[in-house]
Design a protein around this ligand. Structure first.
Ligand code: MOS
Length: 677
């Protein structure tokens, strides 16, 4: 299907959070901390208040009240402590955006500044073991004897891989428009991946009953996780609107987004792999070091994919965190799996070379019967099928594994492979389906379409459940007044909302007028399976022996992701993920400012992402898989698996091209050329 909202989007008629026409609107602009750690001693708003159009300056001097217990990133102005450079410490509200911004520049903030620590190290004395890692996995896992497994191995790989701070860059910046009504009810147009969750969060932060809060996000211009939880702009807009008694609009600048809308934690990952002469793993250990803030704990689940990938009699994973004077890390596409599989799949490639074995065959030899960690059966797997089909389509068969020997003028040419995985979960959701006056069908669910095509996919699911043409189904989403639904996140959206829609449509068919569904019981009754999508990623690279630049003439992925609801939408998700994975492999990196705290490279001039010219040939295919254990559609989520493994496939191809192993992302020209000097 084509996107239902395609026409309104390309004609500029789709309304995003900051674009709702609201009378008497005012504008807020944040003031951000200039220090990385310490306290705000005093905020002098006098000059700002004298500027044209200024209505208020908010700060910790006279903090507008919030309910206690709010997330540290959302409890604006409630404490004078500064947790990181760039934290919001004040805000100006004015009649225009320009006036608010100009006045924010003259708000004077005095600080008592302490020494800060913003550097992640694997030997940091502050490292600790969190209670669990996101969203609720055990922090560590241990099975068998790693040391014994390594001792009896024919080949051992013991390596450290590192990934940098990464930032989501949705095209639509984080924005919010808040209005209070005369009865104290709050309406927020927000950039949210889930309006139910955002409503609940805002209700909690402002101490309101849920019924008094409404969040609307009809169109969202990308999120990737950065809009998965409520971000400060929504709280600030609502707080400021209450203070000035008028609607308040906030649009964060790209630079402010880097500071306050979350990022992927940097990781340091040590992998120890041992295998016998046939390539069967005798030991697999994955230990991860990563950061969180002093405000909140965010424990990325980086080593969790290692628990399900390969059969190994000894398998150990561990996560250690350190609290630094940084913003709290947050969700970024395929949190955990993406950085974790980069390291694991790179190390597997190293093991293949150590054994003199084909990397596809090494993975096939280590295919487990059941989930290695918990022993659960897989609801479906098909990783081997993806590897085989990918190898066939990519032309892997005649590959000479020798590194650094294929030359085309100044270019060294190589190919690489990596596996991919992402959990296939679902969560309880509600939905409503009714017959409209004209005989068409209206389907309502507080789902979010963050640019993925969810609105279109859900229309197709409803049409199939009702047995009617998609043109006769209208899906309404993006509003917390609709039946409650989980976020567009964790690749769970379509599975969760779709389950509820199918049930609502079934009820409508028997009832004739209305179907209401709540899948809480159904989801709680889901049988114990290891539920994951899998994939295989293949990359060809050309590395300039003169400049060290890496080009990627070909990317090819094959996925086992259950029944594909709509091929056009699915292909777009897969190749979008793969392209983002290529950015991770070669370009993306936010530098931490060691001296002053906060981040350097806070815009798209310096934080590079692939453009169309960087991906001349990216192809996604899928196996014909139907996983009836998962949901009525037999589908798996596809929003995140595409990014998993791409960076490893590219890194492995760079090794094959050059004979040089880069273990630190991104693979930039300096890291290719440096070893030669
Ligand atoms: Mo995605 S990081 O689960 O929004």
């Amino acid at each position: 299907m084509n996107r239902i909202e395609g026409r309104v989007k390309v004609t500029g008629l789709a309304t995003y959070a900051a674009e709702y026409p609201v009378e008497d609107v005012t504008y807020a602009f944040p003031v951000q901390s200039q220090i990385a750690k310490g306290r705000v001693r005093h905020v002098d708003a006098q000059d700002a208040l004298a500027m044209p159009g200024v209505l208020a300056v908010l700060s910790g001097e006279d903090p507008p009240p919030l309910a206690s217990g709010a997330d540290g990133e959302l409890a604006l102005f409630q404490s004078r402590e500064v947790a990181y450079r760039g934290q919001i410490v004040a805000a100006v509200v004015a009649d225009t955006y320009e006036n608010a911004r100009a006045a924010a520049a003259v708000v004077r903030v005095d600080y008592d500044s302490d020494d800060h620590d913003v550097s992640l190290r694997a030997d940091h004395p502050g490292l600790y073991k969190p209670d669990h890692v996101n969203p609720a996995y055990p922090t560590d896992s241990e099975k068998g004897d790693i040391e014994a497994g390594l001792a009896r191995a024919a080949s051992v790989v013991d390596v450290v891989y590192e990934t940098p701070v990464l930032h989501n860059n949705p095209m639509e910046p984080h924005a919010a428009l808040a209005c209070w009504d005369d009865e104290g009810g709050l309406l927020v147009y927000d950039t949210a991946q889930g309006t139910t969750l955002s409503r609940d969060t805002l209700a909690q932060v402002f101490g309101l009953p849920k019924e008094r809060v409404r969040v609307v996000s009809r169109h969202v211009g990308g999120g990737f996780g950065s809009k998965g939880t409520t971000r400060p702009q929504a709280v600030l807009a609502a707080m400021a609107a209450r203070v000035v008694g008028r609607p308040v609009k906030i649009v964060l600048t790209r630079q402010q987004m880097y500071d306050v809308t979350g990022y992927r934690t940097p990781t340091i990952q040590r992998l120890r792999l041992g295998a016998d002469a046939e390539g069967r793993l005798t030991a697999l250990e994955h230990v991860v070091y990563e950061q969180t803030s002093t405000l909140e704990e965010f424990a990325e689940q980086t080593a969790t994919p290692t628990r399900i990938m390969y059969a190994a009699p000894a398998l150990r994973t561990a996560h250690r965190l350190v609290r630094l004077d940084v913003a709290t890390p947050s969700w970024m596409r395929a949190p955990g799996e993406c950085p974790g599989m980069y390291a694991l799949e790179s190390a597997m490639d190293e093991l293949a070379y150590a054994l003199g074995m084909d990397p596809v065959e090494l993975r096939v030899v280590n295919e487990p019967e059941t989930e290695p960690d918990r022993g659960l059966p897989f609801s479906s797997r098909n990783l081997v099928g993806c590897l085989r089909e990918g190898a066939r389509r990519f032309g892997w068969e005649h590959r000479d594994p020798t590194p650094g020997v294929r030359r085309d003028g100044e270019w060294l040419v190589g190919t690489g492979v990596a596996a991919s995985t992402y959990p296939a979960r679902r969560r309880p959701s509600k939905a409503r389906a009714v017959v409209e006056d004209d005989g068409d069908f209206l389907v309502q669910v507080a789902a979010a379409d963050i640019g993925t095509g969810a609105r279109t996919a859900l229309t197709r699911i409803a049409a199939e459940a009702l047995g009617v043409a998609p043109e006769r189904v209208h899906v309404e989403l993006g509003d917390s007044d609709l039946p409650e639904a989980p976020v567009a996140g964790g690749s769970m959206g379509t599975a969760s909302w779709g389950s509820a829609i199918v049930r609502a449509c079934e009820e409508l068919k028997s009832d004739g007028k209305e179907g209401l569904a709540d899948t809480t019981e159904e989801v709680q009754g889901d049988a114990a399976f290891s539920r994951h999508a899998f994939g295989a990623q293949f990359a060809e690279v050309r590395v300039s022996s003169v400049t060290g630049e890496v080009r990627v003439p070909r990317l090819l992925g094959v996925f086992a992701a259950g029944r594909i609801v709509d091929p056009k939408l699915a292909r777009s998700q897969f190749i979008g993920g793969m392209t983002m994975g290529m950015g991770m492999g070669l370009m993306e990196e936010t530098l931490t400012d060691e001296e002053f705290g906060g981040f350097l490279r806070r815009d798209l001039a310096q934080y590079h992402v692939p453009a169309c010219a960087d991906v001349p040939d990216v192809e996604a295919f899928w196996l014909d898989e139907r996983d009836a254990e998962l949901n009525p559609m037999a589908s798996k989520g596809i929003g995140e698996i595409g990014i998993v493994g791409t960076a490893a496939a590219i890194g492995n191809a760079v090794y094959h091209a050059t004979g040089h192993r880069v273990r630190e992302l991104p693979i930039t020209p300096d890291k290719i050329l440096m070893p030669r000097f």
